[in-house]
Design a protein around this ligand. Structure first.
Ligand code: PEP
Length: 250
């Protein structure tokens, strides 16, 4: 059975004190019997304290990005080894904001994926079409290309470390959500694309998360779809009550 997962991407929000407060609230509000693996992704500067804070919980901690090289003169960047050294074993790669504002290409992401896997990290690999792609009926092609160019160089054994996150760009932070039917249609296509390249075992076992304006009000319906294995949550992850309600909807 594939794993259900609910992950919160905190983006560039929450200073040190606010991070501690939100973590405390989450520990308090998340029910103990949740079926899903819960992951939070605070900013780089608060990762170490988050790892400490969550040591005796089941909540995992992810970084929102990392550099593709091992080390070197890359001012402002963070390596896989640095993340591992503070106990962070999960990294989000390919978020649409990284692709759009920091010009991360599929080729660069392929390198980041390789580096993360080399360090035995779990990768939450994000991808998804823009509004114009959907309007031009190119959304399946775009998603297929993103998977092929950013991820399909990995070996079969590496899939144990991969979580897919389909995030249509037009639904991120916009309040616009893909309908549960649109999400299911695309998730089914993604699983089929993985199946064609890597076979049924891998396709059936990989978790595919949906991301894009998931809220307590719509989570249950989206999560009820057979190929939706959870969510990557942005805005609603910043309020403990909302994130807990979303996680409980799994
Ligand atoms: C995200 O940034 O990954 C995301 C899904 O954001 P939001 O939930 O705010 O749309």
């Amino acid at each position: 059975m594939r794993q259900k997962i609910v992950a919160g991407n905190w983006k560039m929000h929450k200073n040190a004190e606010e991070t501690e407060d939100l973590l405390n609230e989450l520990i308090d509000k998340l029910p103990n019997d949740i079926e899903a693996q819960i992951i939070v992704a605070p900013t780089f500067v608060n990762l170490a304290s988050a790892v400490d804070h969550l040591e005796f919980t089941n909540i995992g901690v992810a970084a929102q990005n990392m550099h593709q090289n091992e080390s070197g003169a890359y001012t402002g960047e963070i390596s896989a080894d640095m993340l591992k050294s503070i106990g962070v074993n999960i990294v989000i790669l390919g978020h649409s904001e990284r692709r759009a504002y920091f010009h991360e290409t599929d080729m660069l992401l392929a390198q980041k994926v390789t580096t993360a896997l080399k360090h035995d990290m779990t990768v939450i690999f994000c991808f998804g079409e823009e509004l114009k792609d959907r309007q031009n009926n190119q959304h399946f092609n775009v998603v297929e290309n993103q998977l092929r160019d950013g991820l399909f160089h990995i070996e079969n054994k590496d899939w144990e470390q991969i979580i897919l996150a389909y995030e249509p760009v037009w639904a991120i932070g916009t309040g616009e959500t893909a309908s549960p039917e649109q999400a299911q249609e695309m998730h089914e296509f993604i699983r089929e694309t993985v199946r064609k390249r890597y076979g049924s075992d891998i396709a059936e076992n990989v978790s595919i998360l949906y991301g894009g304006s998931v809220k307590p009000e719509n989570a249950k319906e989206i999560f009820s779809k057979p190929d939706v294995d959870g969510g990557l949550i942005g805005g609603a992850a910043l309020k403990a009550a909302d994130f807990a309600a979303i996680a409980s909807a799994i």
